[in-house]
Design a protein around this ligand. Structure first.
Ligand code: NAI
Length: 339
């Protein structure tokens, strides 16, 4: 079985080679399966093992005509055209969870960065050599209301951490679990009520057609004045233009974002961008992303929430188990098409 891996680092390649003996493995540090396919002609790969910046589209599948299985090393699978895969009888699996603490801890790193003005504090000392706290007053988390949108694996870990900070926690999820809200002492609300009551809103829902632009102009109108938004889930959950407007008008006082709506373009080099002909909307969003990056009240990290040593090993172990199960004819962790 030939497996092509995208977006792998050299230590991951060694780890995979050691544990997937007997398979033919091909590695590419590139994040663009289509581009690699073009370079090499049609690929002989039976399996694509990709990550969040290596989309599997209809075009990708044409370049990889023998592929029968796509194993993404991520939880989210919105970068894969699952419907196109299903039409070609190609199975798709993900890593359903690899330790919800990893993204939850990063979420708190972002919350604290904003609440205690960590970035400007560090910048002042390092870049200006100024040891002064003037203008760097933050706010306590204790007693504030945290709104968790999506109380799944990551969202629930965020809830548990927030209770450690003595925050009041509210959550929105279309599938609420009464027993967990009693156990962890939080309240389920409608999304609108959550937005009205929260000092900090944090997103932990998958990106699906139903969650596209879940936070848009209408929803920003409900945000508590001066609240902050944290997004470590997916860029497409928030309408970028609306976010810019909400920040500029002071509806929200800050945002910390690990995921951008057009992050794949920002990641790729300018030549690829020209080849791919982004739409007018995509270009508009890219410009808005660049504007966000320059705003003092915004912190942007490069889709890094998953990236801890321990999580990466857990991701690889599940991916290896996924591939072995597929090879044995008993695939696991298959994703369902959201369409
Ligand atoms: P999960 O599947 O355990 O939880 C998602 C929750 O969202 C579920 O409770 C589900 O009922 C809820 N949900 C579904 N549709 C909803 C809607 N329309 N409105 C509100 N809630 C809805 O997923 P998990 O592991 O907690 O991950 C959440 C997301 O975080 C992933 O889908 C992925 O996109 C993102 N993620 C980002 C990472 C990063 O590095 N930035 C790393 C890992 C995940």
């Amino acid at each position: 079985m030939n497996i092509i891996f995208f977006e792998t680092q050299s230590w991951e390649e060694e780890y995979l080679k050691e544990r997937l003996k007997g398979y033919s493995l091909d590695f590419s540090s590139s994040a663009n399966p289509l581009q690699v396919g073009v370079d090499k002609g049609k690929s002989e790969a039976d399996v694509i093992c990709n990550f969040v910046a290596s989309p599997v589209t209809k075009e990708t599948l044409e370049k990889y005509p023998k592929v029968k299985y796509v194993a993404t090393r991520s939880t989210g699978y919105d970068h894969i055209d699952v419907k196109a895969c299903r039409e070609k009888n190609i199975l798709v699996s993900n890593v359903p969870t690899y330790g919800e603490n990893t993204v939850a801890e990063f979420t708190f790193a972002l919350i604290l960065s904003l609440s205690r003005k960590m970035y400007p504090s560090i910048k002042r000392v390092r870049e200006q050599g100024l040891f002064s706290a003037d203008g760097l007053m933050g706010f306590d988390l204790k007693g504030k209301t945290l709104g968790v949108v999506g109380a799944g694996h990551i969202g629930m870990h965020v809830v548990r951490m927030a209770k450690g900070f003595e925050m009041h926690v509210v959550a929105y999820d279309p599938y609420p679990k009464a027993e967990t809200s009693n156990e962890f002492g939080f309240e389920y609300l409608s999304l609108d009520d959550l937005l009205k009551q929260s000092d900090i809103v944090t997103l932990h829902v998958p990106y699906l057609p139903a969650t596209h632009h879940l936070i848009n102009d209408e929803k920003f109108k409900l945000f508590k004045k001066g609240s902050i938004l944290i997004n470590t889930a997916r860029g497409g959950l928030v309408e970028t233009e609306s976010l810019l407007k909400a920040l500029k008008s002071g509806v929200i006082s800050g945002a910390a974002i690990d995921v951008l709506e057009e992050e794949r373009y920002i990641k790729e080099d300018i030549n690829l961008l020209y080849q791919k002909h982004p739409s007018e909307l995509e270009l508009k969003n890219m410009l808005a992303d660049h504007e966000l990056m320059q705003m003092d009240k915004v912190i942007i990290t490069p889709h890094n929430a998953f990236n801890s040593k321990e999580a990466m090993v857990r991701i690889l172990d599940t991916t290896i188990a996924n591939i072995q199960a597929f090879a044995a004819g008993q695939p696991i962790n298959l994703v369902k098409s959201p369409f």
